[in-house]
Write a protein that binds this ligand. Structure first.
Ligand code: NDP
Length: 260
């Protein structure tokens, strides 16, 4: 038996990590944990001010390099340019946390085509634009890496009592896209996995009425909403070299919601 350096197991020391939707909720918290594990972070978000504030906080807390870019994941050109900026400023990234997403509660027959397209544009097309631009950049530079897509338990179940067909469909697409990218990018040493949260208390779910959140809690075996901190270790594992044989997986973190 060899002596193991336990502390190095999940280290992200000097990894360069892009987090989309990193100015809020799950992305912001995951960025904080990843910086704590030694990573340099690029926050991508639609609102520049919010993204800059988070990057500034990371520098202050950990003294690592961090940057912020106003990047809308639905705009392929912006996505390409923003990733180039990261490569020039921090270095070619190692990890993409492909996390930006929006929610929507609406009955299927009331949904307009525009509303359907908007949710799918951010949650589904955005994941594809970011993942493929990231992979092209890495391949061009001969670098290997890891993509972590934020899916959702909604990829595999139909949430009730609210109605959210566009969201559920977009997340189901994200999971199968994760599988497909994992296979197609394996030859390039790029791993692709997903984390699928259950109900997590963030800016997204805080907008919903307390009565609805109480209903979600009553349906969750652990009888509470998750918080973004509950997810951090799953992202850290998938970003770390310890996950070198893990690709195409989907880690569900949902307080037991989907097992009953
Ligand atoms: P938040 O709303 O707190 O954070 C999402 C962030 O993404 C926001 O900063 C938002 O900016 C940003 N964003 C929205 N659209 C775009 C875009 N086009 N380009 C770049 N950034 C964008 O949500 P959560 O942290 O809760 O959600 C993060 C991810 O987790 C999402 O993919 C979501 O679907 C998923 N998820 C969340 C669950 C939950 O219960 N909270 C459960 C399962 C999955 P702005 O606020 O300015 O619009």
């Amino acid at each position: 038996m060899e002596k193991i350096n336990g502390e190095a197991l999940f280290s992200l020391k000097d990894k360069i990590i892009v987090v989309t939707g990193g100015a809020s909720g799950i992305g912001r918290t995951v960025a904080n944990y990843m910086a704590a594990m030694g990573a340099h972070i690029a926050i991508f978000d639609v609102t520049a001010d919010k993204a800059e504030a988070v990057a500034g906080e990371l520098v202050e807390l950990y003294g690592h390099r961090a940057m912020a870019l106003a990047c809308d994941v639905t705009k392929p050109e912006q996505v390409e340019q923003s990733l180039e900026r990261v490569a020039e400023t921090l270095g070619v990234p190692d990890v993409l946390v492909n996390n930006a997403g929006i929610g929507q509660h609406k009955f299927c027959l009331d949904l307009t085509p525009e509303e359907w397209l908007r949710v799918n544009d951010v949650n589904y097309n955005g994941i594809f634009y970011m993942a493929t631009a990231f992979a092209r950049l890495l391949i061009r530079h001969g670098k290997q890496g890891s993509i972590i897509n934020t899916g959702s338990m909604s990829a595999g179940i139909v949430n009730v009592p609210q109605q959210q067909i566009a969201y559920n469909s977009s997340k189901a697409g994200v999971i199968h896209m994760t599988h497909t990218l994992a296979v197609e990018l394996a030859d390039y040493g790029i791993r692709v996995n997903a984390v699928s949260p259950g109900y997590i208390f963030t800016e997204m779910t805080a907008k919903r009425p307390q009565s609805l959140r109480d209903e979600w809690i009553s349906r969750t075996p652990q009888k509470r909403l998750g918080v973004p901190d509950d997810l951090a270790a799953a992202y850290i594992y998938l970003a770390s070299d310890s996950a070198r044989y893990t690709t195409g997986s989907n880690i569900v973190v949902d307080g037991g919601y989907t097992i009953i």
